[in-house]
Design a protein around this ligand. Structure first.
Ligand SMILES: [Zn+2]
Length: 304
């Protein structure tokens, strides 16, 4: 069941749990995630970054849409870290049902202006928008400081009111990538609760790999409704592949891929339990109105 980001996150917001956004780097990863999420009855977000679509091409989106349409599981296809209005338009045309515009490195006013323009375009075709305020750190900054600019709660409220975003990515202490030995991320959960109280809309945590489980679980109970998980999945998948490929006699994909897919499924199952997403698909078993209505035409009488 392909739905919009707004529909998916509204239920998580109402019931106080988080939905994982798993970055898809190739089709077998997507297949493995679909299978384990169906087994766990867990809604999820199939997320693709522009760097990943460069590798996969937009053709994969049609295959994913087809697979999701024949599943009872609520799933969205989300464009991760969109860079510009024109790139977002391409993503929408390419079949994404949810998009992120990330202008968090720009001054506040520029971020507001571009994000609002994206919201106007996306909402016209019933696609939801995630914005970002504050700067999520990167492991690239590990030697020069954490690179994080923490999100201010009152700025967040102004940003949400002026842009009309459906969800907001915030900076509370996570960083993209895998933390090196000796670096322990600390999440500012008090700040998270203050932002949530101010804005009320679903909040998003980027850089959700490799953080202590108890902090991530607490964030999921404190107002975060979408948690991005990329590095943990890719490392599990590719480490398993590396291991399998030590046997140089193997060359058939059906001998090589399944152990990597199983390693991925184990990580996904753990994340679903941690975030409280397991079993939540039943909350979405509503009338057919939950099915995506891309142009807002369901139930309307068309006159020509
Ligand atoms: Zn991110």
């Amino acid at each position: 069941m392909l739905i919009t980001g707004d529909q998916l996150l509204a239920v998580a917001n109402d019931h106080n749990f988080a939905i994982p956004a798993f970055n898809i780097a190739e089709y077998n990863m997507f297949n493995a995630i679909m299978e384990i999420c169906e087994q766990k009855q867990a809604p999820f977000i199939a997320q693709i970054h522009p760097n990943e679509i460069n590798l996969l091409t937009f053709d994969i989106v049609q295959a994913m849409r087809s697979r999701i349409h024949r599943s009872p599981l609520p799933v969205i296809i989300h464009w991760d870290h969109g860079a510009s209005h024109s790139q977002i338009a391409a993503a929408i045309q390419g079949g994404f049902t949810s998009v992120m515009i990330d202008k968090s490195m720009e001054p506040f006013d520029v971020n507001v202006e571009i994000t609002r323009r994206v919201v106007d375009t996306a909402h016209a075709v019933n696609v939801s928008v995630e914005g970002e305020l504050g700067t999520i750190g990167s492991m690239d900054h590990a030697t020069t400081g954490d690179g994080i600019v923490y999100t201010d709660p009152s700025d967040a409220l102004t940003f949400v009111e002026e842009t009309g975003v459906d969800s907001l990515a915030i900076a509370i202490g996570t960083r993209h990538g895998i933390y090196p030995a000796g670096v322990t991320p600390r999440l500012d959960l008090d700040r998270l609760r203050r932002i949530k109280e101010a804005v009320g809309i679903p909040l998003v945590l980027h850089g959700g790999s490799n953080n202590p489980d108890d902090e991530i679980a607490e964030a999921a109970r404190s107002g975060v409704n979408k948690i991005n998980i990329s590095s943990d999945l890719k490392s599990a998948y590719h480490n398993a592949l590396r291991n399998v490929l030590r046997d140089e006699s193997l060359y058939e994909p059906d001998a090589i891929q399944p152990p990597a897919m199983n390693a991925l499924k184990d990580v996904v199952a753990h994340k679903l339990d941690l975030l409280g997403t397991t079993g939540k698909a039943e909350l979405y078993r509503q009338p057919a109105s939950r099915e995506i209505d891309l142009f807002g035409l369901v139930g309307q009488t068309l006159t020509v």
